[in-house]
Design a protein around this ligand. Structure first.
Ligand code: SAM
Length: 209
């Protein structure tokens, strides 16, 4: 796993985005709100619609746009947002001030177990780190998501099927089949690979029950 200084680089990268663009999709380095929400649509498929209450760990929460997304769709839930950027955590805390179901912690791992774990966009920007090192970090983080989620977890990553001329050296493009294989062998028999929503990325859902 990259040492703290390596993730500090990544945290600094995102802090700069927030400073430049504020609490907007661009402020967490997405192209726009439409694709940010499209990602949430895929990831939130992990949530059992029959549940009238659930808890969620959002690893790499940014300013916690996922909380807004969930409020519009679910009556009751409790939300824990984690981010390696203190500026993101401050923005999330300010945005969601007074909401009793939300808490925010600066961390690269959830500090408690929840029904679900969600991670949107945390495996994309690797800056100077090499493929092998980043892949180890990726897998260690998946182990943590698995350890801290009761019913399941979901994450996304840029796809190795991206057009070669659009790929950038500082980003990590994961092999979807390899990640599916890891999740199936390591975490659960019930794994879904979603690669049908028109972005250069994929989502994996790991259902544990
Ligand atoms: C692309 S942004 C997405 C933010 C949010 N999930 C959203 O979709 O609006 C990724 C965020 O994850 C944070 N991050 C990156 N790696 C992380 C890690 N290992 N643990 C916690 N946060 C991380 C970054 O600081 C950044 O705020």
């Amino acid at each position: 796993m990259p040492g703290p200084s390596k993730l500090a680089d990544v945290a600094g990268y995102y802090t700069e985005k927030l400073t430049a663009h504020g609490q907007t999709a661009k402020g967490v380095d997405w192209n726009g709100e439409e694709s940010q929400n499209l990602r949430f649509m895929q990831l939130s498929k992990i949530i059992d619609p029959a549940l009238d209450d659930f808890s969620i760990n959002d690893l790499g929460c940014g300013y916690a746009a996922l909380h807004d997304f969930l409020v519009a769709r679910h009556k009751r839930f409790s939300y824990n947002g984690f981010d390696i950027s203190q500026a993101m955590i401050d923005a999330a805390a300010e945005r969601h001030k007074g909401k009793a179901n939300a808490r925010f912690v600066m961390a690269d791992t959830p500090d408690k177990t929840a029904d679900y774990g969600i991670a949107s966009g945390i495996f994309n920007v690797r800056l100077k780190q090499g493929d092998a090192e980043w892949l180890r970090h990726f897998e260690t983080t998946l182990d943590e998501l698995n350890r801290t989620s009761r019913l399941g977890f979901a994450f996304n990553a840029l796809t190795s099927y991206s057009d070669a001329d659009k790929m950038r050296e500082t980003l990590h493009y994961a092999n979807p089949a390899a990640m599916f294989d890891i999740c199936k062998k390591r975490y659960s028999r019930n794994v879904a690979l979603l690669h049908d929503y028109d972005l250069y990325e994929f989502t994996i859902l790991v259902r544990k029950q």
